[in-house]
Design a protein around this ligand. Sequence first.
Ligand code: 6LW
Length: 508
Amino acid sequence: MKGLDVPSVSERDHTISNPVIPGFHPDPSICRAGEDYYLACSSFEYFPGVPIFHSRDLVHWTQIGNALDRPSQLRLPSGTPSSGGLYAPTLRHHDGRFWLIITNVSSDGNLLFTATDPAGPWSDPIPLPGVHGIDPDIAWDDDGNCWCTVAGVSQVRIDPRTGETFGESRRLWSGAHGAKAPEAPHLYRIGDYWYLLIAEGGTERCHGVSIARGRTPGGPFEPCPDNPILTHRGTDRPIQNTGHGDLVQGPDGSWWMVFLGVRPRGGTPGWHVLGRETFLAPVSWVDDWPVVGEVSPTMAPPPWPLHEPALAPVRDDFDLGELAPAWVSLRSRPAENCTTSERAGWLSLRARGESPDDPEVTFVGRRQQHLSCRARVLVDPAEGCGGLTVRLDEEHHYEIEATPGQVRVLARIGPLRTVVAYRATATGPVVLRIGVAVTEKVTDARQGPDTVSLGVEDAEGTFVELAALDGRYLSTEVAGGFTGRVLGMYASTGTVHFDWFDYGPLED
Ligand code: 6LW
């Protein structure tokens, strides 16, 4: 994939933008190894799973791989629903190795993986049959004991090399104010205390982060008097649902939190379409309790040198044998259905499911990472039918689809599926385009978050719009679940060839 020139920090008036990892990248877990930072996110029904990012400055992040990129590591059986699969990893660096613990809610439960290089390869899974509960965390005490803490919040000692558990699991804490869903625990030794950081309130508008501390990894834990230490519940801030955090020290020893949040847009009640994104906030300490700084769409840069912004992937000509790590498929990616070797310089997708309604559809896509953006693809439909789709899940997606001599726009919203528009085209390859324009100014309380336009480019390269659809139907508030929009190519019948795909932000 070629890179897109993102404005440098100085060009942006000495502010950095939050989210630091935009698009559907929830449940961030972060660790430091010397001068390098690594971060992992949930990936649900997508394959490969668990994107891994690298940064030197906590602000600019580059995806270096996916931890679970082999079928032996990631089993997403055909019945895996959207928003099933992989939930909430914890990523740690300990004893010269990287450790990743995660729950596959659709098949294998809690699993542990190790790697010497977080870019991969990661080990095959070490099963943890004695660990019950989602959102597992691992932490080691000074005696070398490894503690696994899960949502609820409870804890059991494990052998991370075998997956064996020792003794009964013990309840540690149920959160600060009787809020629902105490989850996402992370346990740290900082100074004289063990800190137990959790999320509570549920991952929707009431989400938040609370903390307790004790003298041993098993407690007893004393809740922070200022809990929740992070929440935007009941506010009109542009970033909502803030929660599920993880702590890390910056290069200068200062403390920071990565956490998830969403950016609802449009009228009331507000719809967020990019899923839960990864944000960054400074943390200070008062009386040995962490205090989370202001969270807003732009923030002052941290006081250390910032590295060149990573190039956001923008165009792929499919000239390499392997697909870049930002490309994801649904549930699996058998080589016979998805290859760049059938036609040199093209991505060939062979249909297995019948349409994007089908969980088995052959699909290769990337996350929508900007509120306003454009995706284009050159497709050759001579041997099949397929196109460009923007999806939230199997029941919520819009697409522009090509067959020889014709394109059509289709929309699926819950139980309703409709053909929105047709147009005859010349036979041969055609450029399909999806544009997303955020609602800048709300003039009507019922206005949607954005408009999705779908169409083709004519022989002169001029965009011919076939349909402009309200984006609210491809939002989490409508579709439910834990994911966000993904834009990508699919095949419905036969084999469909794609010469290139490009994606870029428009003014947000
Ligand atoms: C995850 C839980 C959560 O397991 O959402 O926001 C769930 N927090 O901790 C799925 O991402």
